[in-house]
Ligand binder design. Sequence first.
Ligand code: LLP
Length: 415
Amino acid sequence: MNPFTYRDNLLYAEEVSCSKLAGTYGTPCYVYSKACIQDNYQAFADALQDWPARICYAVKANSNLAILNLLAQLGAGFDVVSGGELERVIRAGGDAGKVVFSGVAKRSDEIRRALLAGIYCFNIESQEELDRIESIAKEMGIPASVSLRVNPDVDPSTHPYISTGLKDNKFGVEIDQAWELYQRIAGSSHLHAVGVDCHIGSQLLDLAPFRACFEKIFELVDRLHGQGIQLQHVDVGGGLGIPYAPADVAPGPREYAQVLSSFMQGRQLGLVVEPGRAIVGQAGLLLCRVEYLKHTSQKNFALVDAAMNDFLRPSLYSAWHEISPVCEEDGDEVLYDVVGPVCESSDWFGSQRSLRIRQGSLLAVHDAGAYGFVMASNYNSRMRPAEILVDGDQAWLIRKRESVEQLFADEIIPG
Ligand code: LLP
């Protein structure tokens, strides 16, 4: 579903006008649609209903407590990559018993906390990590359930910064090493092998790399079963992309599940998926206001009050996001570079966008629900934006705009 629609030339989030939201909460702010998140989650649940499947939402995509609480209520498990994310899940009412702990360099304190909390399993990324988890499990007297993240050496054909399943990436253990590590786990009284895991990258618009990855992973599962190592689940990671640009064609959870079905058929095996972007990406937008329209001999700039510190994807990945006026003005369309106030030329949201706007207009940067606020910083001592969750005709402030006091609350002038 698209929860952001125009009515009488005015952009709405579900039943609430975005200009009203901007008036009440100020700009810049993130606006999320509850119904869209619910729909996207349900689409995964429906697509995977034939198997004992657990949807472990990738917390990194959007970790606001209200969003995590909503997903917990829908029955989601969670994929976390830090102690902080685990604390968020617990605080939001999530079930630690449905948590998988991914991440390539887990600290000892994070491992201890996760064992105490009783997470479902650790996704292990190296022999060294396995050794550390074993010794902590022994010391604490709490056996650790583990799953090996295997690096299948498959090219996901996505941006290089978010490709993770190639041999020269830092992630996972090589598939040839996996057998030996499972043997070690089997020989330990402090470790329990529950699954095998993979994640080849993010924003995949093509299913072929998933298929290539599943072939390797399920072949490994068969080999392990043949040797008497029975696993409870296969974790196929996240990565399903969303359409950002008009030309993007993104497969949905159903097409994704069709690829999985040929591998899952006839097996007594659980499935874990770790979607992030596909659940929250299209459910959010960033609202900002045009401060100035600046015209140079080369270009027209729309200088807005949001910046790369609020929303990093265009600067970091040259990511394309639709930008539309909350209310289209009269007059001619003009080509603008939509840029922020930060002192870097990489501070841009869109280049050469055809817009009918004037100074003071509100703009919406679309598909910003995933990897938006979570990647925000205080660069240029800018306060991080507010977050709002819309539910029908109701709007909830789910994170206040940061204040000046918060900006330097933890800083200390010595003496
Ligand atoms: N599982 C693991 C182990 C991951 O590393 C990730 C994402 C996911 C699941 C969720 O992937 P998703 O379904 O959201 O594609 N900041 C980047 C994306 C980084 C993704 C990192 N890992 C962006 O803005 O595109």
